[in-house]
Ligand binder design. Sequence first.
Ligand code: SAM
Length: 327
Amino acid sequence: MKDNFCPANRNRTMTLSDNEKQRYRKHLTVQLPKEINNTIICSDLFDILPKLPAAFCDLIVADPPYNITKEFNGKKFKGTNTAQYTGYLRTWLPEMKRLLKPTGSIYVCGDWRSAAAIQNVLEEHFIIQNRITWEREKGRGAKSNWKNNSEDIWFATVSKKFTFHVERVMMKRKVIAPYTDNTGKPKDWNETDGGRFRITYPSNLWTDISVPFWSMPENTPHPTQKPEKLLAKIILASSNEGDVVFDPFLGSGTTAVVAKKLGRQYTGVELNEEYCLIAEKRLELADKTAAIQGYSGGVFWERNTLAEQKNVKRPDMLRAAIQNSFL
Ligand SMILES: C[S@@+](CC[C@H](N)C(=O)[O-])C[C@H]1O[C@@H](n2cnc3c(N)ncnc32)[C@H](O)[C@@H]1O
């Protein structure tokens, strides 16, 4: 359970009533269904993996248990040494290549303890393109160590030919030094209703995304839920509308939910029934709103700039600014 201490009326963490559990249970499949697109399979990945068809997906987002001891709704994953964690990764990560199309990409999440193993195993089977560092902002302080505040997201591809749309994941940053040219016109920045902003290229250091917390509607009781904004960056950059996105460790369903919101197809596997039911509820809610906190008007906003988001009346102006920044 996450640290959800808060005034009860402002806690927006998703819950499931008994009725909802019954209803969503009917959607769940425990075997590999005939049609795997847009399904959540509630099963052990290792039972499903050999049955999944070759080259069925365009993008894989894998957020496995990290190399630390962690409990997922009663099931404990035990942290171990790098050699043993490497062995664990070798039981499923190489298989991901078979599932991807030749132009496919894979993103693998991990912390610093998992990094050496992930890099080694990825390198054996894929072409590593980058390692993104996500500054999570929230971490637990330690008395005799540095607080662990970052995570890695490894980006690798099957071949040298792959989808990548940088123009879809541009960042909108507040201008600190508003330089002008000789004629007094803004240099690389725009005056908007919400202030002065610059549209910039995204780097491999992601400082604009917070972990979901209790006041956010996307929050669930899953202990290691990824933010929708993080998945939106990956999915927008590395897939096209209609593509299939696969998540072998679906958890509370974030990858599937964001894929659906962005017009992609999804397949997910998750061992724990409770998490699968939460994912089903989130997928149903995604029919009502496709909003992704922190992504608006076709750009990613800095952390905590929701107030400015509300002031954006003309997303078309932002898109024009993005176009201009490529000229
Ligand atoms: C790090 S969490 C993923 C969190 C997810 N990205 C989210 O946003 O909620 C890893 C998940 O993998 C699941 N898991 C662990 N081993 C599994 C297995 N062998 N088969 C299927 N799911 C598994 C756990 O139950 C857990 O929910």
